[in-house]
Write a protein that binds this ligand. Structure first.
Ligand code: B4P
Length: 196
């Protein structure tokens, strides 16, 4: 299986590039953010709990998102060539759990790509999206900055976990969507032989 972690700050372009990756490589998209927003819309107990954190731009507790991913892996693993993990893992605990869940299912992460985008561009993208998305966590500069701060303080060091496994690849996330996707595709193509 080709299993990809797509990593980066809020606004780095993870959701945007995930759509292009799954189409080109015929993979399944697993976005914890999308899943949580869906749970909020349906007002499930998990959604009601998650909303308290998401509206403030904070991370949802590890056990909630780990449970989501575990269920999705079981649902789809026989139906796909692999997964794009978008917005997961966001803590080292999540990264270790993901490795364990994949090992139990006879597979592993092939590569992790981190989209690198300048701070001012992140703020611009999220502010622009906020005008049309209706997402509470895109509304207001303070919430947006809080999300970027939480990424820098709690999530960024997940890179070290993948660097130690020689699976980390930094991708220049500045430029047009297609330019960035070319860089991503080149990296995936080089690493594909390692998929198992
Ligand atoms: P996510 O849904 O992952 O939201 P995000 O970090 O903002 O990334 P997203 O994918 O939406 O944005 P993208 O960069 O593609 O998480 C939301 C919240 O859910 C978190 O804050 C947290 O509370 C919770 N959560 C999710 N996963 C969790 C976990 N594992 N653990 C704990 N909590 C978790 O795009 C941003 C904008 O930029 C878009 O409008 C896009 O059109 C634009 N854009 C993209 N590429 C561009 C380019 N090249 N040029 C110009 N604009 C571009």
């Amino acid at each position: 299986m080709l299993n990809i972690v797509l990593f980066g700050s809020p606004g780095a372009g993870k959701g945007t590039q995930s759509q292009k990756i799954i189409q080109k490589y015929n993979l399944m998209h697993l976005s914890t953010g999308d899943n949580l927003r869906n749970a909020i819309e349906r007002q499930t107990p998990r959604g009601i709990e998650a909303k308290k954190y998401m509206d403030r731009g904070e991370l949802v507790p590890d056990e909630v998102v780990i449970g989501i991913i575990g269920r999705r892996l079981d649902e789809f693993r026989d139906k796909t060539n692999g997964f794009v993990f978008d917005g997961f893992p966001r803590t080292k605990i999540q990264a270790r759990e993901l490795d364990d869940m994949l090992t139990e299912r006879g597979t592993s992460i092939t590569l992790m790509m981190a989209l690198e985008v300048e701070h001012s561009e992140l703020v611009n993208r999220l502010t622009n999206r906020g005008k049309s998305s209706g997402r509470p966590d895109d509304q207001g500069i303070e919430i947006i900055k809080n999300r970027i701060t939480i990424y820098n303080e709690r999530t960024k060091n997940v890179m070290d976990y993948y660097k130690a496994q020689q699976k980390y690849f930094g991708i220049d996330g500045m430029g047009t969507v297609d330019e960035i996707f070319d860089r991503i595709s080149n990296t995936i193509n080089q690493q594909m032989p390692k998929a198992k």
